[in-house]
Ligand binder design. Structure first.
Ligand code: G16
Length: 543
């Protein structure tokens, strides 16, 4: 077949380094950008096959999100903005690791297994973040797409320059206009609609200090600002004009370091938030009059959003099942508050929004957030229809109708794909405005248990296997017993370890009744990992 000849010819220009083995991880392939050219080409091939199979447009996003600038990565996105299915993740790993001479065989295996009609047309959307390596790597994706005769959507001979992740999120019929302009219009109009009866807000209340992590989100917020008609007044920091991507800024830095981005002047009490490099995560924070930093992470967002939605559902008299989905990183206080005070069903999954997303789909209203600020809200079709019917019903009383209208507008401000910092920001801003709530009042809903996250370098992080939504380590032998014994030394303590799916490290999480205890526990568990799981480099030092 001529297509296969073209694949052979083109793949020679994107050769695989001998012996390199990479896994499709938490969020696709991620490693140093220098090792990714062949992966990008092959993901262009795979996306074309996926498009032929689904008869729909597939997204390929070139990004390493929160990782440092020198890394890059790629993930495939299904037509409705979801991550590709587990089977296709396996195809991706097989195709990525096939030796150069076996590439065609690996490709044909997938075609056969999935019974793909090769004469079916294929369309692929390619997006990229602002990393310097993203231009050539996304070109490699496009080479893969064209080698198999697929079409890549966009301008300039099929190249989508500057199109961010959010565009992949507006793929498919759900949102209508799959353009950046369509995105701004939809979400900003919904925000304005939601906040229109909160006319007493002062300029101070409409003001938000945003750290764009020097990433794509900063560029897009700049473009979007005029659509907000001053109902949200954003002062944008780390807009990419000088600083480095994610360097001492961004959602991951703020969450893990538990401090504000370097170099931003924050006034006491000022409401601030940070995006990550590809704008799919967001965390909020402020400093108080004594200069103490307060973080409002994904758990706090999930709590605010689910409280708001639950109240509206009750006022609307709608009997819809609402649940919150978290991971092991969720602060123990948040889970306790949700289950015991709010009486909301809470489920725990493995790390990775793709896992949370699938569990959230089981409910009428599924609020899911990772503590790192990655998440959204899903409404079942039936729930949306009930809300819509009530909002249009002329026979219901004012209170029920008002709640239904608010619910309907809330749905419109939410991007129900796998997490979008801009839409999450508009949702949180709208809820705070409607409730007339300051960030400090939001923060007092519950008090986080002090916690610490650390990273440990080991020779091969795959020696750690986990179970129970990553809360317990099955291997190496003795590690879980060591963690259990360490946890017993502290009050209100909990700790777990897991191999990262985006960085070459083992992650350690600990929480306890005081920051000193959380820090000490995290350090002791890190030592256990270092000793029992093949640590490399210097032994972890106390904090
Ligand atoms: C990605 C995933 C998140 C996950 C994070 C860290 O985020 O989308 O769901 O929490 O990686 O994963 P890990 O602990 O396995 O390294 P992002 O923002 O980097 O795409």
């Amino acid at each position: 077949m001529a297509q296969f000849q073209e694949v052979l010819k083109q793949s020679a220009l994107h050769p695989k380094p001998a012996g390199l083995v990479l896994q499709y991880g938490t969020s696709g392939f991620r490693t140093n950008a220098k090792q990714l050219d062949h992966i990008m080409f092959r993901m262009g091939l795979l996306a074309t096959l996926r498009s032929k199979k689904t008869k729909a447009t597939i997204g390929v996003m070139v990004t390493a999100s929160h990782n440092p600038e020198e890394d890059n990565g790629v993930k495939l996105i299904d037509p409705m903005g979801e991550m590709v299915t587990q089977d296709w993740e396996e195809h991706a790993t097989q195709l990525a690791n096939a030796d150069q001479e076996d590439l065609l065989t690996a490709l044909k295996n997938i075609i056969e297994k999935e019974a793909i009609n090769m004469s079916q047309e294929a369309n692929v959307f390619v997006g990229k973040d602002t990393r310097s390596s993203s231009a050539s790597l996304s070109q490699a994706v496009l080479d893969g797409v064209s080698a198999l005769g697929g079409h890549s959507k966009g301008k300039r001979s099929g190249y989508l320059k500057d199109i961010p992740y959010m565009l992949c999120n507006v793929l498919g019929p759900y949102y209508g206009l799959a353009t950046v302009e369509g995105y701004y219009t939809k979400f900003c109009q919904a925000f304005i609609q939601l906040t229109k009866n909160t006319s007493n807000r002062t300029d101070d209340q409409k003001h938000l200090c945003l750290d764009g992590a020097n990433g794509i989100g900063a560029l897009k917020v700049r473009e979007m600002e005029s659509h907000l008609k001053k109902e949200l007044q954003i002062s944008l920091n780390n807009d990419g004009s000088k600083g480095r991507l994610n360097h001492q800024c961004g959602a991951d830095y703020v969450k893990v370091q538990q401090k504000p981005p370097t170099g931003i002047k924050i006034n006491p009490g000022e409401r601030c938030c940070s995006f990550d490099g590809d704008a799919d995560r967001i965390v909020y924070y402020y400093t108080d009059s004594e200069g103490t930093f307060h973080l409002l992470d994904g758990d706090k967002m999930a709590t605010l959003i689910s409280t708001f939605l639950k109240e509206l559902l009750t006022q609307a008299g709608l009997d819809l099942k609402i649940a919150v989905v978290q991971t092991a990183y969720a602060n123990g206080s948040s889970t306790h508050y949700l289950e015991n005070t709010m009486k909301v069903l809470v489920r725990c999954t493995k790390t990775g929004v793709k896992h949370l997303h699938h569990v959230a789909q089981e409910f009428d209203v599924g609020v899911y957030f990772e503590a790192n600020g990655h998440g959204t809200v899903l409404f079942s079709k039936a729930a949306e229809e009930k809300i819509q019917q009530l909002a249009e019903d002329t026979n219901v009383n004012d209170k029920r109708k008002k709640a239904a209208l608010l619910l309907r507008n809330t749905i419109n401000v939410i991007n129900q794909t796998v997490g979008d910092a801009i839409s999450d920001m508009l949702l949180i801003e709208a809820i705070l405005a409607i409730k007339g709530m300051t960030i400090q009042q939001w923060d007092t809903i519950y008090t986080d248990l002090p916690n610490r996250q650390l990273k440990v370098k080991v020779a091969d992080r795959r020696v750690i296997d986990t179970t129970d939504a990553e809360r317990r380590a099955v291997t190496p032998a003795g590690l879980q017993e060591a963690i259990d014994n360490l946890v017993k030394k502290y009050r209100q303590a909990r700790s777990f370890v897991r191999p990262s799916g985006t960085e070459d490290v083992v992650r350690v999480y600990a929480e306890a009744d005081t920051q000193e205890s959380a820090d000490a526990l995290a350090h002791e568990v890190s030592l256990a990992v270092y000793r029992l799981a093949g640590g490399v480099g210097d032994e972890p030092k106390p904090l």
